[in-house]
Design a protein. Structure first.
Length: 483
């Protein structure tokens, strides 16, 4: 079966070759994914590629005949589709030659590679070999590295001998991973993620949250570009854990969730259940850090209760609509931070744009909504009974964080530091991953540039681990898991 590519890079599986595939007896297929390049360079590279594959499978005249036939077809391909194309007839011939050599590895595709990297690639630098699952029209539908497959058709199979292609390697990460943000509309949201950070928000919507890195059943981060483009965070955590995250404690999902929040109104007064109560109440515990990335004048946030408040006193105040008298309020400016352990009553105040780094949980019990119903808004669900059970009424008037050097917080699931970057610096030791949030200025890592509001993940096996400032006043948050 051969994939049919247009000169513009589109792909249409050649369904008519299904019968040929069955006739060859192959239920699986091997995909040689060869990078696109200029026409002459492509054709020369392809000839070398096919010659290498058929070498040893027949006499020299057969190999030479392949070169002659491909040269003839290549000239026609350039005329038909321009320098960056390759004709269907030429690919069909290549397919036939490779299948003749491959024997048990039947049904070979040769596709121009569609990697979304900025820099040019040589012909044999980026091969990916993959085996499709049964009943698939194209191996790209669900690509699995052939080196990880057990059911090979040849015995004593080794990586060096795989498809007789010496240049084939496993996926190699050369840049940080960047994920597509997931925007959440909220009644208290705004448009500052667009005006301040240049994010492309849906039009005519109040966006309160941008989920930057998330592995939830209801929400999945997806890699934006590079060799893992289109893969979910959950896939990376499940199938590529050591390569991306290194040696980390086992968990069913990636345990950290990163968000940006834009509050144009007060968020509801809420609490997240502590671990001791979460299971009983049917939820998940959640501790989090808020870092104030941008604060309007007179911005505040709310955390804990005022000294002397009790559950009984608070409940009576709630019934009378006078809860504000029992909530601890803190004035904040850009650069402030606070840690919110599960069980702490809290609310983000209007005028704040924050970075929220939290346990992977989405359990929130609202106890008060600032009279939004009186303003003609729709009633939002409240969870007063559960909230009252979870609030720590001994948590009196907690302060903002006072950083000790670069460290902001140390938690069982995450460690968060703030760096002021004046020179290049290794983000983490080899074998450890790190999440980076650019706060101010611009920075660069492994050839990719980032601006304020950008976040990215530096994989454990990335070779270039240096974070370099591009100018002055560069600051960032670094998020890691404890060793």
């Amino acid at each position: 079966m051969i994939s049919d590519w247009s000169s513009g890079g589109g792909r249409t599986p050649a369904v008519e070759n299904q019968a040929k595939r069955k006739a060859n007896g192959g239920t699986d297929a091997v995909n040689y994914n060869v990078p696109r390049c200029a026409g002459a360079r492509w054709n020369e590279g392809l000839m070398k590629f096919i010659e290498r594959c058929v070498k040893g499978g027949g006499d020299k005249s057969e190999s030479g005949g392949a070169r002659e036939k491909i040269t003839t077809l290549a000239k026609g391909a350039e005329k038909q589709r321009g320098e960056n194309g390759i004709s269907r007839q030429m690919r069909a011939f290549a397919d036939e030659q490779l299948n003749r050599r491959n024997g048990g590895f039947r049904n070979v595709w040769i596709d121009p590679m569609q990697k979304g990297a900025d820099e040019a690639r040589g012909v044999f630098r980026g091969h990916e070999v993959a085996r499709s699952q049964k009943n698939q029209k194209h191996p790209g539908d669900n690509r699995n590295p052939i080196f990880q497959k057990v059911a090979h058709q040849k015995q004593n199979h080794t990586r060096a001998a795989c498809a007789n292609l010496r240049g084939v390697t496993e996926t190699r990460l050369t840049q940080p991973l960047v994920f597509e943000p997931i925007f959440m509309e909220r009644v208290w949201g705004g448009r500052r993620l667009e005006s301040l950070y240049g994010k492309h928000l849906p039009s005519d919507a109040l966006i309160g949250e941008s989920w930057e890195i998330v592995d939830r059943p209801e929400a999945q981060s997806v890699v934006h570009k590079g060799p893992f483009r289109g893969k979910t965070l959950h896939h990376l955590w499940s199938a590529e854990r050591e390569m991306v995250f290194g040696k980390v404690p086992d968990a069913p999902r990636f345990p950290i969730l990163l968000k940006l929040l834009d509050a144009q109104e007060n968020l509801s007064l809420q609490v997240h259940p502590p671990a001791a109560l979460a299971t009983e109440l049917g939820g998940e515990s959640k501790s989090e850090l808020w870092y104030v990335a941008d604060a309007a004048p007179k911005a505040r946030l709310f955390a804990g209760v005022k000294k002397g408040s009790t559950c009984e006193v608070f409940q009576k105040a709630l019934e009378k609509g006078k809860v504000e008298d029992h909530i601890h309020a803190l004035d904040v400016v850009t650069g402030d931070a606070i840690f919110l352990p599960s069980g702490r009553l809290h609310a983000l105040g209007a005028g704040n744009l924050i970075v929220e780094i939290q346990e992977n949980s989405d359990t929130t019990y609202r106890v008060y909504d600032w009279g939004r119903l009186k303003k003609g808004r729709a009633r939002r669900p409240m969870h007063v009974a559960k909230a009252l059970r979870c609030i720590d009424f001994n948590d009196w008037e907690p302060p903002l964080l006072k950083p000790e050097g670069e460290s902001l917080v140390r938690h069982k699931l995450f460690e968060i530091d703030k760096w002021l970057l004046s020179n290049g610096r290794e983000i983490a030791g080899a074998g450890r991953f790190a999440i980076v949030v650019c706060l101010t200025g611009k920075l660069e890592c492994a050839g990719r540039r980032f601006k304020p509001g950008d976040s990215f993940l530096v994989p454990a096996q990335l070779a270039d681990r240096q974070i370099r400032p591009l100018g002055e006043d560069v600051s960032l948050l670094r998020v890691m898991m404890p060793q």
